[in-house]
Design a binder for this molecule. Sequence first.
Ligand SMILES: NC(=O)c1ccc[n+]([C@@H]2O[C@H](COP(=O)([O-])OP(=O)(O)OC[C@H]3O[C@@H](n4cnc5c(N)ncnc54)[C@H](OP(=O)(O)O)[C@@H]3O)[C@@H](O)[C@H]2O)c1
Length: 288
Amino acid sequence: MAIRVCLAGATGWAGSALARGIGRTEDIELVAAVSRRQAGRRLGEVLGGGAGDGGGAGGAGAGDGGPRDARGLDVPVFGQVGEALAVGCDVYFDYTKPEVAKANCLAALGRGVSVIIGTSGLTEGDFREIATAAASAGRAVLAVGNFALTVVLLQKFAEIAARYIPQWEIIDYASATKPDAPSGTTRELASRLSACGPSKLGIPLEKTQGLIEARGASLEGSQIHSIRLPGYSISAEVIFGMPDQRLSIRHDAGSGAEPYVEGALLAIRKVGALAGLHRGLDAVMDLG
Ligand SMILES: NC(=O)c1ccc[n+]([C@@H]2O[C@H](COP(=O)([O-])OP(=O)(O)OC[C@H]3O[C@@H](n4cnc5c(N)ncnc54)[C@H](OP(=O)(O)O)[C@@H]3O)[C@@H](O)[C@H]2O)c1
């Protein structure tokens, strides 16, 4: 039996690519979509012409689908997550905005549905609340700051490096219009590196001469510097420094949303086997 998915943000840059990706599978079925502006329509009708909303937080343009990819997208679009969840589903997937994602996630858990959070910008406090709700609902929440395989590998390689090199800093690059900072990708990276950290500082931050802000934001023992400029899509870099040597590990995304689709499909297939809150796609991958 196919896994039934409710997708919030299905008309957006990332969500429309995922909706089309689901439409190409045999084992996953989209049963409801959420978009305030397209409420009342059918998703296939909205995406059938090939364009997502584009120009969203990811900063890139239209999806690459067309009528061929509109298969399996003949589902209702609701204006509210609560209405869409009432249809009944196995997995709720959120690709919306950080200011609503936590409430959406809690609503889905309240209905006994497993949750995947693709939306970035949730805080550590949000995740603590979500973890508590997931435990009491006896359901899983898989939060993935970035579904791209090269990011999963960056995280893994960085965790190995942090075992041997005690000093690092993180740089996060995105388009000028990405509203949240630091990115979900680098928040997740900082959280992972905190198991080996904090990164050792050469000079304590409070002893910085000049502008302390120039040293970046402190998050879970890492300094993060967020660059927001036209010309960037999504990049993340972690630099490890040792006397007379450096190691840089960097991921660069192109302008399309396709790199996130396969990882998101994998998350949908596997989340039902988890319990509680998990962060990062490697929770459902065998990376050794
Ligand atoms: N984890 C990953 O790999 C990954 C990859 C790409 C993007 N992202 C993240 O995913 C999120 C979405 O990015 P995007 O570029 O797709 O944004 P986008 O193009 O602006 O799309 C946002 C989508 O969410 C809907 N939405 C916005 N506010 C809503 C609300 N209050 N209630 C219900 N639906 C709402 C929008 O439709 P309406 O405006 O019609 O409601 C639209 O469908 C961002 O946080 C982004 O950073 C994560």
